[in-house]
Each structure stands twice: as C-alpha cells, then as structure tokens.
Design a protein around this ligand. Structure first.
Ligand code: NAD
Ligand code: MG
Length: 396
C-alpha cells in the first residue's frame, strides 16, 4: 500500500491524482492532503479520503479547517504554513508525494520530498525550472525516484531506456539524438501578434484540449509553458538546449518523442488526460487502469505537426535564451513570468506584454552560477520586484 501525499490536492492535477487513487483503494491511500486557501474544498476531500493529515498553507485558516474536521468526526489532523507543508512532504505519513502546487510556492515542499527519498511525482514544473540543480542534488541525497508527471516528460520517460530516463546514463550512451516536445499551440495557434493585442484572461484560459489551472493555461496560450518544459527536459534528462526541439501538434495525442541515432523515433500517444501520467507515476514500473478513454486512431484520422511561431509567441525563445544563459537565468524567467501572468489574469497587463516584462527582467538581472537555496529565493524576489517595476514602466 502506497501512502500518498497530494500537495495541491484541490487543483486540476490534485483532483486527477485523487481520481486515480480512488480507483485503486487496495494499492494507494491519500494519507496527506494540502491546499492553499480553499478550506471548503479541502474539508470535502478529507471527508471522502480520510487522510491522516490535512495542511492548509494559509495559517489564518487552520482553526476553521480543524473545526470542520472535528465536526465531521474525522481523525484527520489539521496543520498550516509552509513549514508544516515541508514536514508533511518529508515525514513518515507518506512514501509518495504528488508535487502539484502551482508556481514557486511548491519549491520547498518538492525539495523536502526529494531530500527525504520519497517517490516524487513532479507536476510542479516551476520548481525544477527555478532550482533544477538543487532538485537534482536533493534527489541524489535522498535516493528516491522522480517520476515526471508533466505529460511531455512522462512521454519522454516512457520512450527513453531506463538509465537515460533517470539520468543514470547519458543520452549519447543510449543512442539518443534529440528530444522532441509536442505543443498544442494553445488557444491562439495560427494568430498573428496584431490579433493578440486585446486578448482577455477568459480567452487565454480556454484551452482547446486540456482542462487545467489558470496559470498553466495562460502559459500554454503564450507558449511559455513549452519554454518551461524545455528547461524541465534539460534538467530531467541532461539534454542541452540544442538537443531539445519543439513541434506544434494541435491534437495533443502524441505527448512527445525521442529521436535515436539509427533513425528510430519513439513516441508515447494517448488521449489528453493527465490521469495517464499520474497512474504511470503512482504504479511505476507497473501499469494500472487510469480511467482514461482508449485512443481511437480511426476516429482521429490524422495527426498534424507544424513549427512553432517564435515571432508571435516570444516566450518560447526567451526560455531557450534563459536555458542557454544558465545559472540563475531560469529562476529569473520563472519569477518574472509568474508576476506577469498574475497581472494579466488580474486585468492589469496586456497579453503581449507578458514577454516584454520577462525579457526586460532577463536583460536587467545578470545570471550567476547556482549556489544554494537562499541565493535562488533572493533571485526570485529580486526578479519579482524587477518585474513589478518593469510593468509600471511599460504599461501600468
Ligand atoms: P491549479 O491552479 O488547478 O491548482 C493548484 C493547487 O496548488 C491548488 O490545490 C492550490 O490550492 C495549491 N496552491 C496554490 N498556491 C499554493 C501555495 N502558496 N501553497 C500551497 N498550495 C498552493 O493548478 P494545476 O493546473 O493543477 O497545476 C499544478 C501544477 O502542475 C503547476 O505547476 C502546473 O504547471 C503543473 N501541471 C499541470 C498540468 C494540468 O494539466 N493541470 C499539466 C502539467 C503540469
Ligand atoms: Mg505539459
């Protein structure tokens, strides 16, 4: 029986993870559930899953959570704050952690789980973009497994030989030429910059193939999601920028591909449903029913592939630039993007200005070699303050 901590339990990934867990009660138990501020949703989940511990990130809400749990007659303990979250991720109550908090807020609990040797199902891509070298070091220290849940990286993990999938052997030793990430292109695929001037948050979060949280939906619309994923692939599989390509594939059926030296290309296909990657990570190396609809190739009929439009969607190029610059540049990229996306969702920043803010931050803050967590947290704060300043200067 795996005891699973679902961090970000009330979100899109958290909900999908709990759906897979609920389908296999003999194999998995949701022993820890954590969320940000949604006490109602977290309390509901506690009623359904009866975890040992529920963590609400906002300390002001702990008393209310505890009251709800008591009222329902549950034995579930309530805790709050980031320290409680880190302890839950590293503690005895779980052996597996689904890192599904959105943004840099998930970094420390992800690191704590890695350091403690848990099986880490990584959805929180911002954590590895912000602190890739530290996450890899924490995994080394802890000796646990990392199972990528991001659908593209899960596909690459499945299409690579085991040693290369877990960085134990290099890509050259495995005969790998290139990693090819697929991108849906988002809701604005095919549009020009001129057509993106007046985009609203509602238009940006309406993704054609996937139902996801608001932040990642905007990232998908700007292609920053793919940019973050290029950096994620670099750290997960040790591939340099020039060996990671992006191809737009509007149907989101081919989740990514590995090109080998002999001309073979191995891909993983499936309907766009995150439960496939989550079930894979939970059960690995076995396979489980994830509740996902079987793929009907005849009904699909065709699969299309196109180059990404880097002139319209500048965020993808900025992410490659940050990866090439190295050191703390991805940390700056991620922080500036989080600030700009939040401002866009708040109606304070035009869609096209997201890339301008990020570019200005990358220009202003010179990259340094990654040293430690304190340095990265400081870089993250500096980049956030710089992004706010750039937004005032540029548009607001
Ligand atoms: P979401 O917005 O639906 O859910 C986010 C979750 O994180 C919620 O449970 C929320 O309560 C929690 N949270 C937010 N801020 C927090 C904080 N400060 N402290 C503690 N908890 C906090 O987001 P999502 O779509 O589920 O995405 C989660 C992560 O998974 C993101 O990093 C995203 O990039 C990644 N991801 C998502 C998908 C997808 O299909 N949704 C696919 C691949 C990767
Ligand atoms: Mg993805």
């Amino acid at each position: 029986m795996r005891k699973v901590a679902v961090l970000g339990a009330t979100g899109s990934i958290g909900t999908s993870a709990l759906d897979v867990i609920a389908r296999h009660p003999q194999r998995f138990r949701a022993s820890v559930l954590a969320a940000h501020r949604s006490v109602d949703a977290l309390a509901e989940l506690c009623l359904r899953f009866e975890p040992d511990l529920a963590v609400i990130a906002d300390p002001a809400l702990e008393a209310e959570l505890a009251r709800r749990l008591r009222q329902a007659g549950l034995k579930t303990l309530a805790a709050s704050g980031s320290e409680a979250l880190n302890q839950a991720a590293a503690g005895e109550l779980c052996d597996t952690v689904v890192a599904a908090i959105v943004g840099a807020a998930g970094l420390e609990s992800t690191l704590a789980a890695a350091r403690a040797g848990k099986r880490l199902l990584l959805a929180n891509k911002e954590a590895i973009v912000m602190a890739g070298p530290l996450l890899l070091a924490a995994l080394e220290t802890g000796g646990g497994e990392l199972l990528p849940v991001d659908s593209e990286h899960n596909a690459l993990f499945q299409a690579l030989p085991p040693a290369a999938a877990s960085r134990r052997g290099g890509l050259d030793a495995a005969g790998v030429n290139r990693l090819i990430l697929t991108a849906s292109g988002g809701p604005f695929r095919g549009r020009s910059r001129a057509e993106l001037g007046a985009i609203t948050p509602e238009q940006a979060v309406a993704h054609p193939n996937w139902s996801m949280g608001r932040k990642i939906s905007v990232d998908s619309a700007s292609l920053m999601n793919k940019g973050l994923e290029v950096i994620e692939a670099h750290f997960l599989f040790g591939a340099p920028a020039e060996r990671i390509d992006v191809v737009v594939h509007p149907q989101s059926i081919v989740h990514s591909l590995v090109e080998y030296a002999d001309g073979s290309v191995l891909a993983q296909l499936g309907n766009p449903d995150m439960r496939t990657a989550l079930a894979y990570g939970l059960a690995w190396p076995q396979r489980l029913d994830a509740g996902v609809k079987p793929l009907d190739l005849i009904a699909l009929g065709r699969l299309d592939f196109q180059p990404p439009d880097l002139d319209t969607f500048r965020c993808l190029g900025l992410a490659y630039a940050a990866l090439r610059a190295g050191g703390t540049a991805p940390t700056v990229l991620n922080a500036a993007n989080e600030v700009a996306v939040a401002a866009f969702l708040d109606g304070q920043l035009p869609f096209l200005a997201i890339s301008e803010v990020i570019e200005a931050c990358l220009d202003e803050i010179p990259p340094e070699p990654v040293a430690n967590l304190a340095q990265l947290i400081q870089t993250d704060l500096t980049a956030r303050a710089t992004a706010q300043r750039m937004m005032r200067r540029l548009h607001c």
